[in-house]
Design a protein around this ligand. Sequence first.
Ligand code: G
Ligand code: G
Ligand code: MN
Ligand code: NA
Length: 254
Amino acid sequence: LMHSTALREAIASEALTLHYQPQIRTRDGAIHGVEALARWHDPVLGEVSPSKFIPLAEECGLIEQIGVWSIKLACQQMASWRRARLDIPCISVNLSPINFQNVNLAAMVAQILAANDLPAKMLMLEITEGVILNERATVIATMNELRNMGVGLSLDDFGTGYSSLSRLAQLPIDELKIDRSFMRDFENDNGTRAIVTAVVRVGQSLDVAVVAEGVETEPQRRLLAELGCDAMQGFLFARPMAASAFSRWLLDYS
Ligand code: G
Ligand code: G
Ligand code: MN
Ligand code: NA
C-alpha cells in the first residue's frame, strides 16, 4: 500500500529521482531534447510508477512539492550537462494540471532558471491534453505567463482526450506529443495511421512541433519520417536512463 508519508519521505531523500529519455529529430537524427521522468525506488514497495504515485500526490497535496522538485532537479541536471559541453537543446518536465493552477508557478520557474543560469528556451513544460477539457482561467493565464518568459509548452498524451481543434489553435503551445497508444497499431491499422497523419498535419498548419512517443520499431520510424513528424521518442532509440547513463548514451550516440 502506498502512503503519503512514504511519498513525503521519498521527496526529501534520494528515493525519488529523475530518469532521462532522449528525443530524436526525425530529419537528421540530431538530439531534439530530453524528457525527465520521475522514478520512485521504495525500499519496501520496490519501483513505484509515476502513474501510481502522481495521482496519490495530487490527492494528498504533495503535487505542488513534486512539481517544484522536478523542475529544480531537471534544471540542475541540464546546467551540469551544459557545463560538460553536452549539446542538448531542451529538457522537458512533466507537470500536473494542478501545478498550472498555482499562480506562483511562472515566478518559481523564473527563479529556478536564474539560479541555474539557464535560458528559458532550454526548458519545456509538459501538460496533459486533459487541461483543455477541464480548462480554467488560471491554467491558461499561467501558460501565457510562462510562454512570454520564453519557456516552451508541450501538450502531452495528445489524441487520448477529446480536445477540439479550434481550442487547440487558441492554446499557447509549442509542441504536441502523440500518445504512445497510437504507435501500437500504426503500421497495420489504416484508421490509426490516418489519425497520426492528421495530427502531424495539424501541427504543421499551427506551426507547432510534433513529437511521436513510444516509437519501438524501425518501420514506425520510417513511416513517421515519411509523414514529416518532427521528432521521435521511444525504446527504438533509448529507454529512460539515470543521468550518468544518459550522458554515456549521448557521448556514444554523437
Ligand atoms: O515513465 P512512466 O511511463 O512510468 O510515466 C508514467 C506517467 O507519469 C507518464 O504519463 C508521465 O507523463 C507521468 N510522469 C512522469 N514523471 C512525472 C513527473 O515528474 N510529474 C508528473 N506530474 N508526471 C510525471
Ligand atoms: O505520458 P508520458 O509521455 O510522460 O510518458 C512517458 C512514458 O512512456 C515513460 O514512462 C516511458 O517509460 C514510457 N515510454 C517511453 N518510450 C516508450 C516506448 O517506446 N514504449 C513504451 N511502451 N513505453 C515507452
Ligand atoms: Mn510526458
Ligand atoms: Na505521453
